[in-house]
Write a new protein. Structure first.
Length: 223
């Protein structure tokens, strides 16, 4: 939160005769970028074969992504781990095997390719798809626009209140506090472990960029 104080001409901050309002600014925008987590999960009795098989499958996935035009710097490993798996029978722990999990995050600038990228990844070995997210590249600049709308909204509210009370409003706020901000992306958190996607359609929809401020305006009564 960033308070902003404007002193009066004598250098003092006015107190007492204040109108306090909440201002809101909101933009609805079409996203211009996306990301998706793609994972290869391999389960085997022996560890080394599981690692090798997982590596082969992930290499195929990455090569398929590059063939679709995804640059290397848009592909990032977000998780790699090896889990030991056990079954429990009659209170006893029985070793079942190893699970190797390798997950990459893919950033996508061409939204028309999102579904195709998911399909191609699954066809080449991916068996975990999660956290598909649509977002904005220049999020901060849009938020600043929403912030300006919020301040204008607060000013209009203060003017309306002052007019209703028949008092004279100082149009410059004494205090402005950034209360909250949000950019609400569209998420598709459901995982899919089944192969054989024939055509995945993911609609980006719109994103809501919202800013909220609180402001105080000084006023005085007319003689």
């Amino acid at each position: 939160m960033y308070p902003y104080h404007v002193p009066t001409r004598n250098g003092l901050h006015p107190k007492g005769q204040l109108i306090k309002v909440i201002g809101e600014g909101e933009l609805l925008l079409s996203p211009d970028s996306a990301s998706v987590n793609l994972g290869v999960i391999t389960e085997m009795k022996e560890l080394i074969p599981a690692q090798q098989q997982n590596s082969v499958e992930m290499t195929k996935v990455i090569n398929a992504l590059k063939a679709l035009g995804v640059p290397q710097n848009s592909i990032q490993t977000t998780d790699f781990r090896i889990d030991t798996e056990y079954d429990y029978e009659q209170g006893k722990q029985i070793f079942r095997g190893y699970k190797v999990i390798h997950t990459i995050k893919v950033k996508i600038d061409d939204l028309s390719l999102v579904g195709k990228i998911v399909d191609s990844a699954v066809q080449n070995g991916v068996n975990s798809v999660s956290n598909v997210q649509f977002s904005l590249k220049n999020e901060e600049s849009y938020y600043l626009q929403a912030l300006a709308l919020a301040l204008n909204n607060a000013s209009e509210k203060a003017k309306t209140i002052a007019a209703t009370l028949h008092v004279t409003l100082n149009p410059t706020p004494n205090t402005v506090v950034e209360s909250s901000s949000s950019v609400q992306p569209i998420h598709f958190p459901v995982e899919s472990l089944a192969k054989g996607f024939s055509s995945t359609h993911l609609e980006p929809g719109q994103l809501k960029v919202k800013a909220v401020i609180s402001a105080e305006f000084h006023y005085h009564t007319t003689a």
